[in-house]
Design a protein around this ligand. Structure first.
Ligand code: NAD
Ligand code: ZN
Length: 252
């Protein structure tokens, strides 16, 4: 489908509503890292087309076969370490120089926002590079060579990646801070998310209903597309630099 943002209809963005003090949220999902070569989950070649999520990303899966789970995460971690932030991640850093009141709320666990120099990042689903005790939650530093074996915390609990698994709650302080940022934002970019995983998927809906202008960027339509003020059906790495040029040129 053709983009609905192009040289002919830039005027769809009501630039007069924004200035350098506007509150801006960049809400991102796995799609923003797709152009860095990191698999998404729900696309046809994503992780969940090849693996059973309940075996790899759940408490039951970890109890049944911890080594398989640890190996899957170690493989993903190594792929992520070789990958680099792409133009979309880097453009968010440029936008954050323009809008000093801006935050990044991400469902990604890859740490690419931080590596691209983005700031004020809320990681709703944790970070694949950190580990914690599965029983008491203590953060645990692991050497790379120990990441594929079962390690124990001082309390006896097994050590696992610090990511949110199916059926688990999101970190409370982070999700609360994310909702607060969304409730006061003037502008949201919802980038590369299938808008299906709750409560994260509620964030663009919340932004829209409190009056923010929401720009969705995703080559495919999502359940949120019909609510977005603009739905740009293109790759984030392609369109984010163009959107930045537009804001940079026109912002008061
Ligand atoms: P998802 O896999 O459900 O959806 C990805 C979306 O990105 C799809 O709608 C797809 O059309 C879109 N997309 C693909 N290529 C794109 C591109 N170049 N530009 C813009 N959009 C593109 O991912 P989600 O919505 O983030 O689902 C949430 C779950 O996925 C979270 O739990 C998150 O932790 C997890 N996840 C994270 C990573 C990562 O850290 N990179 C990778 C896979 C999954
Ligand atoms: Zn412990």
């Amino acid at each position: 489908m053709a983009s609905i943002f192009n040289a002919m209809n830039k005027q769809l963005i009501p630039m007069e509503r924004f200035n350098r003090d506007s509150q801006v949220v960049f809400f991102t999902g796995a799609g923003i890292s797709a152009e860095s070569g990191i698999s998404t989950f729900r696309d046809p070649d994503g992780h969940w087309s090849k693996h059973d999520p309940m075996k790899l990303a759940s408490q039951t899966g970890f109890q049944e076969n911890p080594v398989m789970v640890l190996n899957w995460y170690a493989d993903r971690r190594e792929a992520i370490q070789k990958a680099k932030p792409n133009a979309a991640h880097r453009t968010i850093s440029n936008f954050q120089k323009l809008f000093s009141n801006s935050v990044v709320i991400t469902q990604n666990v890859d740490g690419l926002h931080e590596r691209a120099g983005n700031r004020s990042i809320y990681e709703l689903h944790g970070n694949i590079h950190r580990h914690k005790c599965n029983s008491c939650g203590t953060m645990i530093e692991l050497a790379k060579r120990k990441m594929r074996i079962i390690n124990r915390c001082a309390c006896g609990g097994g050590v696992r990646p610090d990511v949110v698994w199916f059926g688990e709650s999101l970190p409370l302080g982070t999700i609360n801070a994310a909702f607060e940022a969304v409730q006061r934002c003037d502008l949201m970019f919802s980038i590369g998310t299938s808008a299906q995983v709750y409560p994260a998927a509620q964030l663009p809906v919340e932004a829209q209903s409190q009056g923010a202008f929401v720009i969705e960027i995703n080559p495919e339509p999502t359940p949120f597309s019909h609510l977005a003020d603009i739905s740009v059906r293109q790759e984030a790495g392609l369109i984010m630099p163009q959107l930045y040029e537009e804001f940079h040129a026109q912002l008061k």
